[in-house]
Design a protein around this ligand. Structure first.
Ligand SMILES: CC(C)(COP(=O)(O)OP(=O)(O)OC[C@H]1O[C@@H](n2cnc3c(N)ncnc32)[C@H](O)[C@@H]1OP(=O)(O)O)[C@@H](O)C(=O)NCCC(=O)NCCS
Length: 163
């Protein structure tokens, strides 16, 4: 399997519209409509980066990276944060999520060499995603964050190796 990342513009919602989730997974991430409306309304679009995950010319996943002034309130300065990560339900369980998380680390070490940590939050009851992150090189910082929409979140991080 050869996975790559492809940058998306903030108007490329149609490119990822087919990435549906299982009904029980929808509670864990913002809808694509919401994500793209936020991207389009952002005062600093240069600091939020949307990506698709591509395998065999098919888009199988999607996520957003945020940096600097676009970081969420729970993140310390100087890190990059991962948001809205999803693999389409028909593509899950094939290692694409793991491949994507490796590619994110590579993208950061190549394009943001001073950044040493990738961070994210995951809902306490999102058991599958938590298992996924803990077996994909992330560790629990033991910090928690209460999100008005999603409830209690664990803050995870992955160290970025220099190239
Ligand atoms: C979390 C997510 C991105 C993982 O993507 P993925 O491509 O399915 O992940 P991978 O195929 O790389 O598998 C990663 C791990 O999940 C496990 N897994 C795969 N299918 C599974 C299933 N149906 N149930 C439970 N675990 C499963 C794999 O076994 C693997 O673990 P292992 O290495 O110990 O064997 C995907 O499940 C998803 O989009 N979930 C809904 C959205 C979400 O919750 N996003 C995270 C928000 S913080």
């Amino acid at each position: 399997m050869h996975a790559t990342l492809k940058t998306l513009s903030h108007f490329d919602r149609a490119h990822v519209a087919h990435l549906k989730l299982e009904p029980e997974q929808e509670q864990f991430v913002d809808s694509l409509d919401f994500v793209f409306s936020e991207l389009q309304g952002n005062a600093r679009p240069d600091l939020e980066h949307a990506f698709s995950v591509v395998v065999s010319h098919q888009i199988v996943g999607f996520f957003v990276l945020r940096e600097k002034a676009a970081l969420p309130e729970w993140a310390p300065p100087g890190v990059i944060t991962l948001h809205s990560f999803r693999v389409g339900r028909g593509y899950q369980g094939n290692g694409y999520g793991k491949a994507a998380s490796r590619l994110v680390s590579q993208w950061i070490s190549t394009n943001r060499p001073s950044v040493r940590r990738l961070m994210l939050t995951v809902e306490e009851d999102n058991v599958r995603a938590r298992h996924f992150y803990m077996t994909s090189g992330f560790s629990d910082t033991s910090a928690t964050y209460y999100d008005k929409k999603f409830g209690f979140q664990n803050v995870l991080e992955r160290k970025i190796k220099s190239v």
